[in-house]
Design a protein around this ligand. Structure first.
Ligand SMILES: Cc1cc2nc3c(=O)[nH]c(=O)nc-3n(C[C@H](O)[C@H](O)[C@H](O)COP(=O)(O)OP(=O)(O)OC[C@H]3O[C@@H](n4cnc5c(N)ncnc54)[C@H](O)[C@@H]3O)c2cc1C
Length: 457
């Protein structure tokens, strides 16, 4: 029966779309969420049009086979991972920026457009697409929308959801629908476009996206602070929010990550601090100077051992590049289990201290990077390769971090999504009645449950 499906897809789709070579299938088995389960799919379809996606969904539905949407595979929760009876639909070849409308300040893109490529295309019109996950050189708009990706500048400019006006989607029955709008405002019916944001390929396969744009960001001032402890850095973040400041980025990177980046890229990073905060202010003129100085004062008052305000774009870019490289740098040291909890700003220092305790209690190495200004922490749990007891300890630490975040009024995932890695957390966080609402929505859009089954719910 499964062979018949693959033969049908080969027959219905243009030549070269359907991959069945085991060597090629291996490249589409899993995302970057190293610890999540995966299997080899029956086939991979590199779709070029929405109609081709419809064909795959209809055939898979008729054969009772799962369909897994995939962008660049940079996800960190196993969301794009294949299962044994599945067909992966790769959207990476649907990578055109369809249009940029400078008057309306919006862009229409295919789902495989890489985030940085959209950013570059918009810049030619003096426009800017703000959501900037640290994976922006690789991750796709389709993946960003399906995970509601956050990023560095989201502390001021909001996450992907804040920029999605409309989507074109293939549902679980193979229907192609347009959701949302092209206008600045609109309130016709339920917000079904919004429902697709963060749905992780379980409600529909996104084949086109309309996003809002802003004018290009003004030049930024960077405020750097060194701290003796991550908790001190956490207190500085709370102080910045308490002072009423709205940085355009406020990132944390700890010593372990800085050392790993330096060992890999030899960037000559100063590492005489246990935690570094990198802030940015993009308010223009004298007001921006004053805000930057106030932010530095917050750092100093929270115990910074060194701090500086810099308008040097090259120096700032080097520091932020180190922050973006932290995750791949840590991956070189061993398998990384990435946390993504988000806590209220008043509890950032408490949560960072608790993570240190959890590391000691479970004898697990935990490094920290964070979109600190949002309270979105990424403890990175690192284990030696092929060390099963260490893996089990890390898994217990992972669960303990989730418990602690919920106890502080936080959420189990700020931006990476549930995939399979955070499913237990979802059931901890949501009430049974809310889980039932999720199931009802899923049944309405994907009645046979073929879209990315086993993910999210
Ligand atoms: C170094 C690194 C840094 C990162 N930094 C950040 C960060 O700062 N912020 C952040 O939010 N994330 C970050 N991530 C995680 C990841 O990059 C994001 O989740 C990103 O949005 C995934 O995009 P992708 O194209 O790789 O999607 P994939 O990993 O391919 O897929 C992600 C999910 O979206 C679904 N999907 C993909 N395309 C579609 C589509 N067209 N229609 C429907 N569903 C679809 C998949 O089924 C899956 O559930 C980082 C990852 C890495 C490796």
């Amino acid at each position: 029966m499964d062979r018949a499906l693959v033969a049908e897809l080969l027959d219905l789709l243009p030549e070269g779309r359907v991959l069945t070579d085991p060597g090629l299938l291996g490249r589409y088995e899993h995302d970057e969420g190293e610890w999540a389960e995966f299997a080899t799919p029956l086939a991979v379809v590199r779709a070029r049009t929405a109609e081709e996606v419809q064909t795959v969904v209809r055939s898979c539905r008729a054969h009772g086979v799962a369909v897994i949407a995939r962008g660049a595979g940079t996800g960190l929760s196993g969301g794009a991972n294949a299962s044994a009876r599945s067909v992966v639909v790769s959207l990476e070849a649907m990578n055109s920026v369809v249009s940029i409308d400078a008057l309306e300040r919006l862009a229409v893109v295919e789902p495989g457009v890489v985030n940085d490529d959209l950013r570059a295309a918009c810049a030619e019109f003096g426009l800017w697409y703000p959501p900037d996950p640290a994976s922006s050189p690789w991750s796709t708009l389709g993946g960003n929308v399906a995970t509601n990706a956050g990023g560095l500048c989201c502390v001021k400019y909001g996450v992907t959801r804040d920029y999605v006006l409309g989507v074109q989607v293939v549902t679980g029955t193979g229907e192609l629908v347009r959701l949302g709008r092209m206008t600045a405002k609109g309130v016709v019916g339920y917000d079904l476009a919004g429902l697709m944001v963060g749905s992780e390929g379980t409600l529909g396969i996104i084949t086109e996206i309309t996003v809002k744009l802003r004018p290009l960001q003004a030049p930024r001032r960077t405020i750097a602070g060194y701290f003796d402890s991550v908790a001190d850095a956490g207190r500085a973040v709370t102080a910045v929010a308490g002072a009423g400041l709205t940085p355009s980025a406020l990132e944390l990177i700890d010593r372990q990550c800085l050392l790993a980046v330096d060992a890999w890229k030899n960037m000559g990073l100063a590492v005489d601090a246990n935690a570094v905060l990198l802030g940015q202010i993009d308010t223009v003129g004298a007001e921006g100077d004053s805000e930057a100085q106030r932010m530095r004062d917050c750092f100093d008052a929270a115990g910074a051992t060194w701090s500086v305000v810099s308008g040097d774009a090259a120096e700032a870019e080097a520091l932020f590049a180190a922050r973006r490289l932290a995750y791949p740098a840590m991956e070189r040291l061993g398998p990384v289990l990435t946390e993504d909890v988000c806590v209220p700003k008043r509890h950032i220092a408490d949560m960072l201290e608790r993570i240190e305790q959890i590391a000691a209690e479970h004898d697990t190495v935990i490094a920290n990077i964070a979109h600190a200004g949002d309270g979105n922490l990424h403890p990175l749990l690192i284990t030696p390769r092929a060390d099963e007891p260490a893996r089990e300890r890390a898994q217990r630490a992972f669960a303990a971090i989730i418990d602690a975040a919920l106890a502080y009024g936080g959420t189990v995932t700020g931006e990476h999504g549930i995939g399979t890695l955070k499913k237990a957390g979802l059931y901890q966080e949501l009430s049974p009645a809310v889980i039932e609402m999720h199931r009802a929505v899923k049944a309405a859009l994907d009645p046979d449950g073929i879209l990315n089954p086993g993910k999210v719910l």
